[in-house]
Write a protein that binds this ligand. Structure first.
Ligand code: F6R
Length: 608
């Protein structure tokens, strides 16, 4: 959700800024801009639309200088137009901002009354004007910047430069920001991916920290103005992981990475195929089971949590609540003692999930918090008592695929671990389930080696006015996820429904142009799902059946069947996810949409 970069370099930094923005384009792609300090003035270039437009502009009128900032935008305040693109500036101060300034209206009024002239509709444009005002009032630039930050309400990561000082300023409150250094200079960025090729060391800034850097000095301050320690960590290896390789899209690459991701997770948490151990969540091992679990997440991560509820409740016999984060945090949730709070997030920065975690911790600090997360350096990881890392590697495609199945797999292991802690599953049964999870890696590999079977699904969507996905038990959230994937990247309306609920309304949608995707797996109420399938068939729908049952065992007379390898209670959803991902991918390609950067979306939703 907007990517920001700042650089103070040895040489011209225009291309470094552009390259960094390219690596962060997944965070927003409706406009982009950079500003570089010239000999006396700040020079800015901005373009509407994807980054390529800014690149073309810079080819025609390049910028030169060794101090600069850049931004790729996902609009919150103000339509995607050049005037709303960042950087925003006064004559002598320019900033890029990720987040939302909640008191921007009041600031705008008071700043306008004092002579500020605004060019954009954004909340962000108040920042350089406020900074300018403070700078005029204070001779001390640090005090001026700190005073500015103190007047901002809301969430922000900011990078800023001034025309007359060779310093890169930065601040973080509520949105991610890191500091990095390498031979080419010092950088601030929303994501380590942005500086992976130019930096060797990194500092993940803490909430409220701010400061400035030039080539010789780096100063980091805490929110209260006290000096913070500077502790560099080596930059994680990530360059190869962010290249598309032979694949047409990141999404396709990430779908194909799943067998490897499965093995990485299994080898990390259950290497001997018998015992499950989560080294970064010791309380799972040491604490007694809670009397209740609450799981909170958004989007695809929420769907993964919904599947886990079936696994956990069956064995633990304790209530497991699952909520979308934006609802949880505003509904005055009743929490109580002896509750574990679990967040799930690919990015670890999703604003609503992060705030739900903070609310929970504030209300019941005695309870334990656990996060399933793919980004080890993220805010959620830092703020939770325990972490189950997903080891999926950077996910660039906006539609989540490998991080979703990584969550499912890690949740399956977590459920098995707790079932064993609760003496609800004998060790030999645990071993059997773990073996099924290892087998799922091969099962997915075999499905991905035979992708032409998915091609026959696409024509069914050429005339369709939408799609309906049906499943029961853990396949119901899978149906929700299948529908979400399809609508995100093909812009086709799609609904996921519990198959048993279909006749209470959505059956009215069914006609000969509506593809209905039925998930019928041996593990989950097969007979009942097949009855629902017949009800749909009887109304003329175009049925696509995804199943692990041979047709001769269960004749369905469905024309389009995708057979998947058979899984057990825990592994079956992993296998069934693959056709859903491939279906969405193929339909999107058929419709000619932008698979990796679908309209209106961004990868990391750091505003609520
Ligand atoms: C869908 C998708 C989103 C995310 C959601 C939460 O393909 O990617 O629905 O799942 O925005 O993001 P994380 O998991 O980063 O918290």
């Amino acid at each position: 959700m907007c990517g920001i970069i700042g650089a103070v370099g040895l040489n011209n930094i225009q291309n470094i800024l552009l390259q960094s923005l390219k690596s962060m384009e997944y965070r927003g792609y409706d406009s982009a801009g950079i500003c570089i300090q010239g000999e006396q003035h700040l020079h800015t270039r901005k373009a509407k639309g994807k980054l390529i437009n800014l690149e073309h502009l810079l080819e025609q009128s390049p910028l030169t200088g060794s101090l600069g900032i850049g931004h790729t935008r996902w609009a919150t305040h103000g339509v995607p137009e050049v005037r709303n693109a960042h950087p925003h500036q006064t004559e002598s101060i320019a900033i890029v901002h990720n987040g939302i300034i909640e008191n921007h209206k009041q600031l705008r009024e008071s700043l306008s009354a004092a002579g500020a002239t605004f060019d954009s509709d954004t909340d962000s444009e108040t920042i350089p004007w406020l900074w300018q005002q403070e700078y005029t009032k204070n001779n001390n630039p640090e005090i001026a910047f700190h005073n500015t930050l103190n007047q901002l309400q809301g969430a922000f990561a900011i990078a800023g430069i001034q025309a007359n000082e060779h310093k890169l300023w930065f601040a973080r409150r509520g949105s991610p920001l890191l500091l990095a250094k390498g031979e080419a200079g010092v950088f601030v960025a929303s994501d380590a991916l942005a500086v992976g090729t130019v930096a060797s060391h990194v500092i993940y800034l803490q909430e409220g920290q701010w400061g400035w850097s030039d080539l010789e000095h780096i100063h980091i301050f805490n929110e209260d103005g006290s000096q913070a320690a500077i502790q560099w960590e080596p930059m994680p290896e990530m360059v190869a992981a962010t290249e598309k390789g032979p694949y047409a899209h990141y999404m396709l690459k990430e779908i194909h990475e799943q067998p490897r991701v499965f093995l990485d997770i299994l080898n990390a948490y259950a290497p001997d195929k018998q015992h499950i151990h989560f080294p970064q969540a010791a309380f799972i091992e040491n604490d007694p089971l809670p009397s209740r679990i609450i799981m909170v997440a958004c989007g695809t991560s929420y769907h993964a949590a919904l599947t886990a509820r079936y696994w956990l409740e069956r064995y633990l016999k304790i209530p497991v609540e699952v909520d979308v984060a934006s609802e949880f945090r505003y509904r005055d949730p009743v929490i109580g003692d002896n509750t574990w709070f679990i967040t799930l997030s690919q990015s670890g920065e999703t604003a609503d999930t992060l705030e739900a975690l903070r609310l929970f911790k504030q209300q019941t600090p005695q309870n334990k918090t656990l996060v399933f997360c793919n980004v080890a350096s993220s805010s959620m990881v830092r703020e939770s008592d325990g972490v189950i890392e997903l080891y999926a590697g950077p996910e660039i495609g906006v539609a989540s695929t490998k991080a979703y199945t990584a969550q499912l797999l890690a949740l399956a292991l977590f459920s098995l671990k707790l079932a064993s802690n609760a003496n609800a599953m004998p060790p030999e049964e645990t071993t059997k389930h773990i073996q099924y999870l290892f087998d799922a890696s091969q099962g997915v590999e075999s499905l991905l080696n035979n992708t032409p079977i998915f091609d026959k699904l696409t024509p069914l969507f050429s005339q369709s006015h939408g799609a309906l996905f049906l499943g029961r038990g853990p396949c119901y959230p899978l149906a929700l996820e299948g529908a979400l994937k399809l609508k995100e990247i093909s812009y086709l309306h799609a609904e996921g429904y519990p198959a048993g609920e279909m006749k209470h309304g959505p059956i009215a949608l069914i006609d000969e142009n509506l593809p209905v995707i039925v998930l019928a797996l041996r593990q989950y109420h097969l007979d009942k799902v097949i009855s629902n399938l017949h009800e749909v068939q009887a109304r003329g729908a175009k049925v696509i059946l995804i199943t692990d049952i041979p047709e001769k065992e269960y004749p369905t007379n469905v024309d389009t069947i995708i057979h998947i390898p058979e899984g057990d209670f825990f592994s079956a959803p992993l296998l069934a996810s693959i056709p859903l991902q491939y279906l969405a991918y193929n339909v999107a390609r058929f419709k000619g949409t932008d698979v990796d950067q679908p309209r209106n979306l961004a990868k990391s939703v750091t505003v609520e």
